[in-house]
Design a protein around this ligand. Structure first.
Ligand code: AMP
Ligand code: MG
Length: 353
C-alpha cells in the first residue's frame, strides 16, 4: 500500500490545503482506514474506535499484542458520555482541570465500544488531546479515534512524522505531518473505576497535580517498584517498550562520579572494538571524552529531556551502537515519566556508582 504523507501548515491553521488534508484523513478513517497524526504527547496511529475491523487493523500494522487495549481519543465531554457507563464526579473535576491535555482516564465501557478496541476488557481508556491537528483529525474521522502510539510494537514511540514513516510506511493509509511533538512521552493513565483513582502509567500530569484537585490518588505498585513481581494493571505496561540493539545501562550516583564511570566504561569497550553511545545533558556533555555523545536536554528544564528521549534512542539504533550509557534523572515532575520509560528501555539495568 502507498502511504499518503501530508504536511500541515501550522502558521496558517485555516488554510484551504490544511482543510483538504483533514478532509482526506477523515474520509479514510470513516472508511475504516489507518491515519497517523501528531498529538501533544507522541504521534498516534488512528482508526475509528467504534469499528471493530478498523481497530483490528491497528494491531496488525503495529504488531501489537491483542490483549493491549487502545486509548480512544475524543474532543468534547458530550462524546465521553456516549461511550462510558458512569462518570464519577472526580472525573469531571479532573477533566475540567486537565482536559484537553496529556491525561487518559479509564471508565466502564458502553456496549457501543467493541472489545477489539479495549483488548477484551469491559473498561475503556479515553483521552481528550489538546493538539489542534489531533483535534481536527479526530473530528473529521467521526469523533472517536482509537490511537495508540504510531510505532512498531517494541520500538520507541514516534515524536516526529519521520519516525512513523520509518516504522509504518507502506502499512498504513496516511501520515499527517504536524512537526515535532511538544511533550515527547505518553499520557498519564488514571484508572477512574477504582477508589481512590489509581495512576497506571506516569506522564506529564503527576500524582501531585491530580491529588491537588481530587485528593487521594494511588499508584500502581508495579510502576513504583518494577521489580516487585506484581503484574501492572495497564496491560501495555508489562511489555518491554523498547529492546534496543545496544545494551542500555542507566548510571546512577553523584554527578561527578557518574561522568567518570561512564568515561571509564566507554574507553574500556571502545578499546575492545565496540561502539558506545552516551546520553548526557547540557550540563555534562562537554565532560565526556569517548564514544558518541548526545545531549538529551537540560536538567534545569526536564521537559526538554522528555522531548528528546525517544528520538535519541532511535538515532542510536540507526547508528548500530553496541552499548549505551545514560545518566539518570530525577523522579520529580515529568522526571518520573522519563525514568519509567528509560528503565523499561534498559530492561531495568542500573549501575550504581
Ligand atoms: P499507547 O496508546 O501505545 O500509549 O498504549 C496505551 C496504554 O494504555 C497501554 O499501556 C494500555 O495497556 C493502556 N490501557 C488502555 N486501555 C486500558 C484499560 N481499559 N485498562 C487499563 N489500561 C489500559
Ligand atoms: Mg505505545
Amino acid at each position: 500500500m502507498d502511504t499518503i504523507i501530508k504536511k500541515i501548515d501550522k502558521l496558517q491553521p485555516n488554510s484551504e490545503e490544511n482543510k483538504r488534508i483533514y478532509e482526506k484523513a477523515g474520509a479514510i478513517l470513516k472508511k475504516g482506514g489507518l491515519v497517523a497524526f501528531p498529538t501533544e504527547t507522541v504521534y498516534g496511529l488512528g482508526a475509528d474506535a467504534l469499528n471493530r475491523e478498523a481497530s483490528e487493523k491497528i494491531y496488525a500494522a503495529k504488531g501489537r499484542p491483542s490483549d493491549n487495549p487502545l486509548i480512544v481519543h475524543i474532543t468534547n465531554m458530550e462524546d465521553l458520555e456516549k461511550i462510558v457507563e458512569t462518570i464519577p464526579k472526580e472525573a469531571y473535576i479532573v477533566a475540567e482541570k486537565y482536559w484537553p491535555g496529556p491525561l487518559t482516564m479509564i471508565f466502564e465501557k458502553r456496549e457501543i465500544v467493541p472489545y477489539e478496541t479495549t483488548g477484551g476488557l469491559d473498561t475503556v481508556a479515553v483521552r481528550m488531546p489538546s493538539d489542534e491537528t489531533a483535534r481536527e483529525v479526530i473530528r473529521a474521522g467521526g469523533g472517536y479515534i482509537a490511537a495508540p502510539s504510531a510505532n512498531t510494537s517494541g520500538r520507541p514511540s514516534p515524536t516526529m512524522a519521520g519516525h512513523v514513516e520509518e516504522d509504518l510506511g507502506g502499512r498504513i493509509d496516511m501520515i499527517v505531518d504536524g512537526g515535532a511533538v511538544e511533550i515527547g512521552v505518553e499520557s498519564t493513565i488514571l484508572d477512574m473505576t477504582v477508589t481512590p483513582p489509581m495512576i497506571l502509567r506516569p506522564g506529564k500530569i503527576t500524582k501531585e497535580m491530580l491529588a491537588g484537585v481530587i485528593g487521594e490518588v494511588s499508584e500502581d505498585r508495579a510502576i513504583i517498584r518494577p521489580d516487585s513481581g506484581v503484574a501492572p494493571k495497564a496491560p501495555g505496561m508489562k511489555y518491554r517498550h523498547y529492546a534496543p540493539k545496544a545494551e542500555l545501562s542507566i548510571v546512577e550516583g553523584p554527578a561527578e562520579l557518574v561522568v567518570g564511570a561512564i568515561n571509564q566504561m566507554a574507553v574500556g569497550y571502545i578499546s575492545k572494538g565496540y561502539k558506545v553511545g552516551i546520553i548526557g545533558t547540557e550540563e555534562t556533555v562537554e565532560k565526556y571524552r569517548a564514544g558518541v555523545v548526545k545531549n538529551i536536554g537540560t536538567r534545569s528544564d526536564e521537559a526538554t529531556i522528555a522531548r528528546h528521549l525517544y528520538a535519541i534512542l532511535r538515532e542510536f539504533d540507526a547508528e548500530n551502537m553496541d552499548y549505551i550509557f545514560s545518566e539518570s534523572f530525577s523522579t520529580g515532575g515529568i522526571g518520573n515519566a522519563i525514568m519509567n520509560r528509560l528503565l523499561k528501555a534498559a530492561g531495568h539495568h542500573v549501575i550504581n556508582v
